[in-house]
Ligand binder design. Structure first.
Ligand SMILES: *[C@@H]1O[C@H](CO)[C@@H](O)[C@H](O)[C@H]1NC(C)=O
Ligand SMILES: *[C@@H]1O[C@H](CO)[C@@H](O)[C@H](O)[C@H]1NC(C)=O
Length: 190
């Protein structure tokens, strides 16, 4: 019995020594990489309106591709739209522009309507001038409120993680023009 305990103890000591050496190696400095611990999180909230204009002489959203089946599909499956939409502080399109949403959305739902949003929200106002965040999510645009994920950013939004709550403020079913309100929450580090 005593001999078995001794062997088990030696085994545990060997495992412990091995994990200790792995930990020690992790902290060894190397020339091309550095680790710094930090815990200072910043939460930013933003509120703005997104203007998606398909109609008229100067649309901000244009259909760039579609599949042969798209027009037969009740959800426009396969449609791809490129946008450069203004972001304003109020729902009125003439209110102050604070940035632009640029990129694409594509109809990615076969049975229910869902847009895959691949967009850069770039800001031009105040301290946020030059900062941007990237949004990548399905947008069930026919629902009155939906949530989308924010997966990164630049400038003040470096290392951003977050979410946007979007609510349709105005929608013209004839033209497809829409004004959408956004409440955005973003976590970054100082
Ligand atoms: C679209 O629907 C029409 C009418 O049902 C059909 O004749 C046509 O082949 C369909 N087109 C495609 C690309 O599925
Ligand atoms: C932000 O959320 C509040 C609370 O739900 C809502 O009243 C407001 O309309 C939202 N803002 C926008 C721009 O949608």
């Amino acid at each position: 019995m005593a001999r078995e305990y001794l062997l088990i103890t030696i085994f545990i000591l060997l495992v412990a020594a091995d994990s200790w050496s792995i930990l020690a190696q992790r902290n060894d400095p190397i020339a091309w990489a550095k680790r710094v611990e930090t815990g200072t999180e910043v939460i930013t909230t933003l509120e703005f309106y997104f203007h998606d204009i398909l109609s008229g002489q100067n649309p901000t959203a244009i259909r760039i591709a579609q599949a042969p089946q798209t027009d037969n599909s009740s959800t426009f499956f396969g449609m791809l739209t490129m946008i450069d939409d203004p972001l304003t502080i109020g729902p009125d399109p003439t209110s102050k522009v604070v940035g632009r949403a640029r990129g694409m959305y594509g109809s990615a739902g076969k049975t229910d309507f869902g847009l895959i949003m691949v967009l850069n929200y770039g800001f031009t106002d105040g301290i946020y001038d030059g900062s941007s965040f990237s949004l990548l999510s399905i947008n069930r645009a026919m629902e009155s409120v939906r949530e989308m994920s924010i997966v990164g950013g630049t400038g003040l939004f470096r290392l951003a993680r977050g979410y946007a709550i979007a609510q349709t403020y105005k929608f013209d079913a004839m033209t497809g023009d829409a004004v959408v309100g956004y409440n955005v929450t973003i976590a970054t580090y100082i």
